[in-house]
Design a protein around this ligand. Structure first.
Ligand code: SF4
Ligand code: SF4
Length: 221
């Protein structure tokens, strides 16, 4: 029948309007502007309105959600110590070539240090692939959940430098608790293996090396 599709569509819309008011009356203000309300509207069996009032409300993101990368630092005696050793692997594997690293140098000897003097990522070029985080051997670069990065200027403010990129290990643990726990477990196991390998060598420390004469005497015998 001509026009039946339109009537059917309008019926769906009317049902949503009715369900929205009915649910609002049932749940009251609890449905809006709080996490539980947003989560309830995300479920498959939700009735009525299922949109969120952004930016007052935000959809929670999955743990594996990834936006632009950030650098992880550890807090050591009140100082931010980046995990990054400036090895350069992330910049080599980056398909968009949007990572730039300058290795720090010892001011006295000029020798390279295992830390970056500068680290920059052009987030306009970054395609959020996560390769940098996958390949980093030191768990020093991770993908962030923060997607609200809009600016009024699209040149300098979209190049994130070291100070902006650095975020604490506890922030990382907060956004990716499962991965953080797995990494900590792997690190603890690796440390335990290292310690076990060291033990036999330590056991030999007490034995003194025979002096030269003693060794010569033994050879003559
Ligand atoms: S973030 Fe990781 S891969 Fe990149 S330079 Fe630092 S240690 Fe190397
Ligand atoms: S997420 Fe991908 S594109 Fe972005 S910096 Fe990392 S490797 Fe490069």
């Amino acid at each position: 029948m001509k026009g039946f599709g339109i009537i059917k569509g309008l019926g769906v819309t009317l049902k949503h309007i009715y369900d929205t008011y009915a649910e609002d009356i049932k749940a009251g203000r609890k449905r809006y502007y709080n996490e539980a309300g947003v989560r309830q509207r995300m479920t498959h069996d939700t009735k009525g309105i299922f949109t969120v009032n952004y930016p007052e409300e935000r959809l929670p993101v999955a743990e594996n959600f990834r936006y632009v990368p950030f650098l992880v630092y550890e807090e050591v005696e009140g100082e931010k110590v980046p995990r990054c050793t400036a090895c350069g692997i992330c910049s080599k594997v980056c398909p968009s070539q949007c990572i730039w690293i300058t290795r720090a140098e010892d001011p006295e000897t000029g020798k390279p240090l295992k830390t970056p003097a500068e680290f920059a990522i052009d987030i306009d070029l970054c395609m959020n692939c996560g390769y940098c985080a996958e390949y980093c051997p030191f768990d020093a670069i991770k993908m962030d959940h923060d997607y609200e990065l809009a600016t009024y200027e699209r040149m300098e403010s979209n190049v994130h430098h070291k100070d902006r990129l650095l975020k604490s290990a506890s922030y990382y643990a907060g956004i990716r608790p499962t991965y953080y726990a797995l990494e900590q477990q792997a690190k603890a196991e690796a440390e335990a293996k290292k310690a076990a390998r060291r033990k036999p060598r330590e056991g030999q420390e007490g034995r003194e090396r025979p002096d030269r004469k003693e060794r010569l005497d033994k050879t003559e015998e």
